[in-house]
Structure formats: C-alpha cells, structure tokens
Design a protein around this ligand. Structure first.
Ligand code: C2O
Length: 536
C-alpha cells in the first residue's frame, strides 16, 4: 500500500454556466473538483489550504475513518473549520473499502460547488467481482444556481420559508446540450461498439434526489456507496444526495448518439428544480450531424420507478465480500425524522413562524467548539448525552399532521459502547408533508434490513427483516410516509454526525450525533488529534 499526497487549494473562480458568470468557491479552480484516487489500504494525505473569505472544512463522505475522526471533516462536529489563510492536512487510511465515494465541503452551503469524486480501486491484483470494463468514467451529478448559494440560504433563514431551488441540474458540471443555454455542449462519453464501460455515478447536489438514465441502453448496477451488490439490470437509477452508484454500460448499439438524462425525483408536494440535465453517449464512427436518440425522464413523482431500483439492491454477500449483518442488537433505537414549525417573531414572510427539522423532536443546535474535541479533552458544557432513544411523544403516523409541530433545541448526542450493535428505525413523520429523507451516517456503513410504509410496527415488521444480504450503504432514503430499519456495529470510537443529506434539512436541524466510546483493547481507541488541527 502507498501514501498518496494531494493539495486542495480552496480558491474563488469565476465560472460561466447557463450563459452567465459568477465567482464560486472551488478546489483548485475546478467545478466539479478534482477526483481523488486511492487503492484499498492506501494512506491519503490531503493538504487543504483556505484562500477564501469563508471558513472551510472538507468531508470524505463514506470513508470509514477508523479511529481517525479528526479527518472526517464536518465543521464543529469533528473539527473546528480551517480559517482563511490557514491549512490542515487530512490524514486517513482507506480500510476495507473499494468503490466510488465523494468528498465535499461540510460547512455552510459551500458543498454546492466544493465537491468531487473519490475513486478507491481494489488492492493491486484483486479483480472486480464483475467483468473488467474497457474504460471507466466518473459522472458527478449536481446543481447550478445563478445566484450565490450562501445568499439563497441566508435569505431563507431570515424569512423562515423554504429556500429557492437551483436553476439547473448538472452532469460533470454542465447542464448539457438540451438546456436554456445550449452553447455549452456538456459532457460526452465516447464509446466503441461491443465494449463495456464502468460509470461511477455520484449525486453531489445539495437538495435534489435524481433519476439517471441513458436512451437505448440498460444499466447493470454493481456497487453502491463503495459496497458491491448482486448485479442487476435496470433502465433508471435513482440516487440521493451523498449516494454513489456504479453501473456497467454495454455499448451494444452499432452506432449513434444517445441522450443521458438526470432529472429530479421528489415524491412530496414541495418545489423542486424541474429541469433535466443532459449529456451524450457518442459511438465512435458516428457522423457529427447524426441526431441524438432522445429519452423521456420519469415524472418527478415516479415513486414506483425509484422503488423498482431501491428494492432490487442486495449486498453481493460473496465468500470474499460477506455481508456481516449484526444478528443481535444491543441498542434498539427508533428515531422520527421530519419537518416542523417553530415560532419566529422576526420571520415576517413566515407569519411569525419558521420551518425547522428534527430527529426525535430535537432540533440540533450547532456547537461553537467541535464535539470531538470536547469529548477528547473533556471540555464540559458543549454537548449533553441525553439524546432520546425514542420520540418523547409517542408518534403515530396517520398521514395528517398532529397539532403540535414544535420541537425542542439542543446539542444532544447518543452514547454507544464500543462494539455494541445498533438497530435504528428511522420513521418519517410527514408532519408538514411526507417526504423522502436521505439520511447519512458518518463513520460507518450500515445494513438496510427493512423498510415499509406508515407506522413501523416493532412486533410484526422485524419478522420480515433481511438479515442475510441487505444492501450496505452510508446514506439511505427514509421513504416518504414510511420507515427504514438499519443495523450497524459501533466499532469506530469517536463522534459521528448523522443527518439528512438534503442540505436545507440539515440547516433546519435534521441532524444529531453518536458518541462511540473507546474500547479497552489495543487499537480500539480514537487516535490523538494531529498538531495542525484548527482551533475554534
Ligand atoms: Cu456527505 Cu455529513 O455529509
């Protein structure tokens, strides 16, 4: 295994999309940012230098960070942010993972433009558990705003209302050939008839779940969130912010150009950016003036199309890559996730109230000292350990809002003993509207053992859980008006954030943290912080 060195200069860069320009925060001047390549077992050192006016931190989304929480990146959770003019070296080892992940800024709304791919190749000499592709391509899906995204969220926080949606979706940074500004032609994947391509799909959008499809071609899904799955063929992939999906594309047409489409998936009556981002698959030998074969994206509320993909996912569970699903549970947790309304006397547009979000009726308050530092150095008064294992008011999902939408606030964490096993049921409240929440857990992969609609029933639902080959992920959609059950082993000491990966919901407070204690054996403790760890 090797040591890989990267330098990420966070710089402003004037960037033109949709026929207009604005300065954006970037890594090394690129949108999307550079791809980070490593092999399983490699150590990665990324020196991040902050040249912009904002405080910055970078998260390596899905990297397990075994005992190295100091390199995880969420601002005020595992580190204080990097101030203007300063730098920090993220130092971590890739352990037991291979596949596609993403990195992104983890402070304010900077991840709208500060994001990129992480490609983890298998150990040298270890083949993929599927036919070797002729070539590979990273396909980053995202959003583009004509206005400054910090202004978008600040405006929303002032009013108490929902923020504006983006002005376009993007594929590798471009809205594509079919857009309101077609002069920028967008991403083109050049293919040869008879060859197979591995596409590493990443949803780096702030607030939009996306459908992905290619005209005239089926896709073979082989991996999600850097874990192998049993391969299956499908027309349309659905991918939530923070999730990744590897698919094989066989170039089985003789020639031609085929449209690639990324369009929104939203099964709640809330505003989305309705525009479809496009790109082109171009067969070699095809004449330039050949018309592109088009495809119609699914309607935005095509829940059946999304479920067809989601319900097909199974862990590969081979001898070499077994699914190590915890068969017993030490902590049986039930968390409600959803939106609510709190009073806000200054919110004029919101009529004296504001939208908030919560987990078990707690709207998480960001601390001003990083939780991991407070934990490691025993600084009191930063957080409390009374995060409830169940909602304080018994929750009953009936599809109609209960009368009390209000939440309490606090910086509460849930404490887990080292190596304890956790079953966590995440129940969508649908109080304002049933809405799919893609919940991301830092520091762990988990197994998705069950899901359903309506209320979770603790007596009958576990009888149907899949404890054999459930898909292993780091980000899971809690179904609109339903629940999902996950299991994981708390084998990673530290403080680990869990939140909805729709950035607007994170901002509103749909977040909490687990505190995993050190074990007693060797190599069961959080390592000490690096000397260049930023101070608050
Ligand atoms: Cu990709 Cu805490 O996020």
């Amino acid at each position: 295994c090797a040591v890989r060195h990267y330098k990420f200069d966070v710089v402003m860069k004037n960037t033109t999309r949709l026929c207009s320009s604005k300065p954006i925060v970037t890594v090394n001047g690129k949108f999307p940012g550079p791809t980070l390549y490593a092999r399983e077992d490699d150590t990665v050192l990324v020196r991040v230098v902050n040249h912009v006016k904002y405080n910055v931190s970078i998260h390596w989304h899905g990297v397990r960070q075994l005992r190295t929480g100091w390199a995880d990146g969420p601002a005020y959770i595992t580190q204080c942010p990097i101030p203007t003019g300063q730098s920090y070296v993220y130092n971590f080892t890739i352990t037991g993972q291979r596949g596609t992940l993403l990195w992104h800024a983890h402070i304010l709304w900077l991840r709208s433009t500060v994001h990129g791919a992480i490609v983890i190749l298998p150990k040298r000499g270890v083949p993929y558990p599927f036919p070797k592709p002729h070539k590979e391509a990273v396909v980053v899906l995202g959003e583009w705003w004509k206005s400054d995204t910090e202004a978008v969220i600040n405006e929303a926080l002032k009013s108490g209302l929902a923020p504006n949606v983006s002005d376009a979706h993007t594929i590798n940074g471009h809205p594509g050939p079919i857009s309101s500004c077609p002069s920028q032609r967008g991403f083109t994947l050049a293919v040869e008839n008879g060859k197979t391509y591995l596409l590493r799909l990443i949803n780096a959008a702030l607030n939009e779940e996306l459908f992905f499809k290619i005209a005239g071609h089926k896709l073979t899904v082989v991996e999600v969130d850097a874990t192998y799955v049993k391969p299956f063929k499908i027309d349309t992939v659905v991918i939530a912010p923070g999730q990744t999906t590897n698919v094989l594309l066989s170039a089985d047409q003789s020639s031609g150009k085929y449209l690639v489409a990324a369009s929104p998936f939203m099964d709640a009556p809330v505003a989305v950016d309705n525009l479809t981002a496009t790109a082109t698959v171009h067969y070699s030998g095809t004449l330039a003036n050949t018309p592109t074969t088009l495809t119609a994206p699914p309607p935005k509320n095509a829940t059946a199309v999304a479920n067809n993909f989601i319900n097909s996912l199974r862990a590969l569970n081979s001898k070499q890559f077994p699914a190590l699903v915890p068969q017993t549970i030490d902590h049986n947790l039930y968390f409600t996730v959803g939106l609510g309304i709190n009073p806000c006397p200054t919110c004029k547009a919101g009529n004296g109230s504001r939208v908030v979000a919560s987990v078990n009726n707690v709207t998480f308050t960001m601390p001003t000292t990083a939780l991991l530092q407070a934990h490691f150095f025993n600084i009191s008064g930063v957080f409390t350990t009374d995060f409830p294992a169940n909602p304080p008011h018994k929750f009953n999902y009936s599809g109609t809002p209960p009368t009390n939408l209000q939440t309490t606030t606090g910086t509460k964490v849930f404490r887990l003993a080292y190596n304890s096993t956790v079953q966590l049921v995440l129940q969508d409240t649908g109080i304002i509207a049933p809405e799919n929440h893609p919940v991301h857990l830092h520091g762990f992969n988990f197994f998705t053992v069950g899901k359903g609609l309506g209320n979770y029933n603790p007596k009958t639902d576990p009888q149907n859980f899949n404890l054999v080959d459930p898909v292993e992920r780091n980000t899971i959609g809690v179904p609109a008006g339903g629940w999902v059950a996950i299991r994981f082993r708390a084998d990673n000491p530290g403080v680990w954030f869990m939140h909805c990966h729709l950035e607007v919901h994170t901002t509103w407070g749909l977040k909490m943290a687990f505190l995993v204690e050190n074990g007693k054996g060797p190599n069961q403790s959080l390592v000490p912080p690096p000397s260049d760890l930023p101070k608050c």
